[in-house]
Every structure is written in structure tokens, then in C-alpha cells.
Design a protein around this ligand. Structure first.
Ligand code: SF4
Length: 241
């Protein structure tokens, strides 16, 4: 039986998908975002190891008090083999819903196994322009955009998320590209718009100021004017100006 390397577990979360969810944050990430607020989850450290059975038992003890589980990270799908075992067990033994919160940089074989076992995905888009994506994450977005298309095709895309970073990925051109991509999916999923905050950020991203409300509103209006209908505002942490 495979093991899972866990950074932390939150028994009851109301911010990691619908309802009351047990959220499991796995260790390791395959992006290196300049603004990462959880850099401790990035290294591929084999710490806090749970066998699939141990993690299943942990969840099963709490199953009467939760709607489902959300597996996040880091990038949880790096451990897809173990997740397949865990999800299969949960589907067989419980009625819990299973959500994956991912950066979208998912191995295609892993995705083909995870898709049938997962109820829904929450995926990030960091940038549509590949050069901008490299600037933010040091990685191409090719696989990520493919993942978004594949998940949406299966009707399992719960939401997309986009962090608006002033001067990096919030130009009119960037936003038009984002709108075009989301609209190209057809009946598009909600797009959660998150303003960049530089609190706790390291390296040269530290010098990028947190997004102001007027910049955020302008970006939102630009996206709306391109035809995006389902934009969810996450605007409860603005700098006061
Ligand atoms: S994908 Fe998430 S966890 Fe990974 S580096 Fe980027 S912000 Fe951090």
C-alpha cells in the first residue's frame, strides 16, 4: 500500500470547496510561484507519512461530520498513485464527495486515473501568456491549460482561480487572453478573482505592491466586458487607499 506525505490536515474547513470539508494539504509542488504563501509545502520532503489505510481511517472517524474531503497542497496530484488508492477506498466505503484543489500541472496519466474518482476540481490559472507564466512560476502553462480543458470536458471543473498581480498579469491584453480562454471552454465555470497581496512574499515579488481596489475593479470590469458572466470576487483583503 502507498503512503501519502502530508503537510497538514484541517478537520473542518468551510473555505476549501462546498460545505464542511476535511482538507488535506500534501507535501511537494511542481511549480515555484514567486508569490507562494505556502513555500513550506514546495520541497519534496518525505515527512508526516501516512499509509493510505491510516489516512482513510482518519477520515472515516470524522465522516459523519463532514460533506467531503478536499485534497490540496503544494500540488497534491504529484502523489496520484496513492490518491487513487485513497479515493477508491473512500468511494467504496463512504458517501463523501472528493475534491481536488490543484495548480493544474498534472501528469496526464495521473489525471486519466484521478478524473473518474474525483467529484470536482478547483484549478489555478496563473497566466495565459506562457512568458508571463514562466515569470510567475518558472514553468510553462501548456500542461495546465490542457488540464483545464480535459477536466471541464468531463463536467468536473468546480471553479477556476486567477490571482491578479499588478504589472505582471493584469494588463488589458492579459485579461483579454484570459477571457478568451475561459470563454473557449463553452459553458464556462466560475472564475474566482483574487487580488495579489505581498504580505509574507519573498524575493523580488516582495517589491510588487498589493493590489488596490480600483485596480481590481478595473480588471473585473475588463473581464466582464469581454463576456465573462460568472466572476466570483474575493476582495476582502484590500490595502486601504
Ligand atoms: S502552485 Fe501553489 S503551492 Fe505551488 S508554488 Fe505555486 S502558490 Fe505555492
Amino acid at each position: 500500500m502507498n503512503s501519502l506525505y502530508v503537510n497538514k490536515i484541517i478537520d473542518f474547513s468551510f473555505v476549501d470547496g462546498p460545505g464542511n470539508r476535511l482538507a488535506i494539504f500534501l507535501q511537494g509542488c511542481n511549480l515555484n510561484c514567486g508569490y507562494c504563501h505556502n513555500p513550506e509545502t514546495i520541497p519534496d520532503a518525505k515527512v508526516n507519512s501516512y499509509t493510505v489505510q491510516q489516512l482513510y481511517d482518519y477520515i472515516a472517524k470524522r465522516k459523519d461530520f463532514i460533506t467531503g474531503i478536499t485534497v490540496s497542497g503544494g500540488e497534491c496530484t504529484l502523489q496520484w498513485q496513492a490518491l487513487i488508492e485513497l479515493f477508491s477506498l473512500l468511494k467504496r466505503e463512504t458517501a463523501l464527495t472528493i475534491f481536488i484543489d490543484s495548480n493544474g500541472n498534472i501528469d496526464s496519466e495521473g489525471l486519466s486515473y484521478l478524473l473518474p474518482l474525483t467529484d470536482a476540481f478547483m484549478l489555478d490559472i496563473k497566466a495565459i501568456d506562457d512568458d508571463v507564466h514562466h515569470q510567475i512560476t518558472k514553468t510553462s502553462n501548456e500542461v495546465i491549460l490542457e488540464t483545464v480543458r480535459a477536466v471541464h470536458k468531463q463536467n468536473k471543473l468546480y471553479e477556476l482561480r486567477y490571482v491578479l498581480i499588478p504589472g505582471i498579469n493584469d494588463s488589458v491584453d492579459d485579461l483579454k487572453k484570459l477571457a478568451n480562454f475561459v470563454l473557449s471552454l463553452g459553458d464556462h465555470p466560475p472564475l474566482v478573482l483574487i487580488p495579489y497581496r505581498n504580505h509574507g512574499v519573498k524575493g523580488h515579488f516582495k517589491s510588487i505592491p498589493s493590489m488596490e481596489k480600483k485596480q481590481y475593479n478595473y480588471a473585473k470590469e475588463t473581464l466582464s466586458s469581454q463576456g465573462l458572466k460568472k466572476i466570483i470576487e474575493k476582495n476582502n483583503f484590500f490595502t486601504k487607499k
